[in-house]
Design a protein around this ligand. Structure first.
Ligand code: UDP
Length: 336
């Protein structure tokens, strides 16, 4: 199998059906990141006018290099936590800017807090000035280490504000409070996605940016030991990027979704050890699995209730883990 960029775009557009973003004017903060750049791809392909703001802290210019010369795409290298004036009129603001890897939480806690509070407020002000809609990408981390699994949107969370994940979890929770405040005080049209673990092409595997799946792929294909933290019995529910982008775009587009917060994630739960074994199987790697201490506050289980996404957005994850991993592995090989 050879990884094909066009096939990913086609898969997302097919799932969007009649929804279109033609001529919509969209700002995406964090638009050079893993998910942000795929949002840019689809919107640009659909004929939207896209402004992408990214400070390239964890995003990569290579993710958007193929868009830079297009007339309906403008990239501004800028930290959204700092003030910005945009001359464009906008219909939709998507605030995605934030580092998201647990290793980054240790090194850049203040940047993370700022991106989801001051940065988000800058985005909210832009949306307010333009009377535009705002989509905020929040996270399953607002549930912390959940005591209710599967976890519905109504669950308040179990978060340690002063633990190693506090900067991210509390920043996103505060972000949700900001969005709610702008909705209630100014009547802004807002939507929030609580994104569960998502993976796929363009996800970073290097250094502090690497998440479990790309790290395991990188280790497996380079004959290095697979580093499972704890005994690997902790779970995550992994969503392939085409499913995630479909969910986010439906949330951004559908009138019924106004004012909502919706879990966008897979309802198939997998242990980290099983995921590591699947990577080894697909790559046919002979790397051994090694076990390392479980980081403090690492959530033991993560699995969403997705009834709201099904009912409001008509959304369900479609890509099985086996297929998504195979596509991610092929992308990894083709990017070398
Ligand atoms: N993990 C692991 N080995 C690694 C990286 C991560 O076992 O090299 C574990 C991590 O402890 C967590 C899960 O895999 O339980 C998912 O980690 P990820 O980095 O994707 O982020 P998280 O879901 O914890 O935010």
């Amino acid at each position: 199998m050879i990884w094909d960029y066009k096939k990913e775009v086609e898969a997302i557009e097919k799932n969007l059906g009649d929804l279109t973003f033609e001529d919509r004017r969209v700002l995406i903060t964090g638009g050079a990141g893993f998910l942000g750049s795929w949002m840019c791809d689809i919107l640009v392909h659909q004929g939207a006018k896209v402004v992408c703001v990214d400070n390239l802290a964890s995003g990569l210019k290579s993710n958007i290099a193929h868009l830079l010369d297009l007339e309906n795409f403008r990239f501004i290298e800028h930290d959204i936590s700092e003030p910005i004036f945009l001359e464009e009129k906008l219909d939709l603001v998507v605030h995605m800017a934030s580092r998201a890897s647990p290793f980054e939480f240790e090194h850049y806690p203040i940047e993370i807090l700022k991106a989801n509070t001051i940065g988000l407020m800058n985005s909210l002000e832009i949306a307010k000035k333009n009377q535009a809609r705002l989509l905020y990408t929040s996270t399953s981390e607002t549930y912390g280490n959940p005591l209710v699994v599967p976890t519905p949107e109504s669950y308040y969370g179990n978060v340690n504000a002063i633990g190693p994940r506090g900067c991210y979890d509390e920043a996103k929770r505060c972000g949700e409070a900001y969005v709610t405040a702008y909705k209630n005080q100014f009547g802004l049209d807002t939507r929030m996605a609580r994104i569960f673990n998502t993976y796929g092409p363009r996800m970073r595997f290097d250094g502090i940016y690497g998440r479990a799946i790309p790290r395991f792929i990188d280790q497996a294909l380079n004959d290095r030991p697979i580093t499972v933290f704890g005994d690997g019995s902790q779970t995550r529910s992994f969503t392939y990027l085409t499913d995630q982008i479909e969910g986010l775009l439906k949330l951004a587009c559908l009138e019924e979704a106004r004012g909502s917060v919706i879990n966008i994630g897979n309802d198939k739960e997998t242990t980290i050890l099983d995921m590591a074994k699947k990577v080894l199987e697909i790559t046919r790697s002979r790397s051994e699995i090694t076990f390392h201490p479980l980081p403090k506050d690492d959530p033991l289980r993560r699995k969403p209730v997705i009834t709201r996404a099904e009912e409001v957005l008509g959304w369900q994850p479609k890509v099985p883990l086996q297929d998504g991993l195979a596509r991610t592995i092929e992308w990894y090989k083709s990017s070398k």
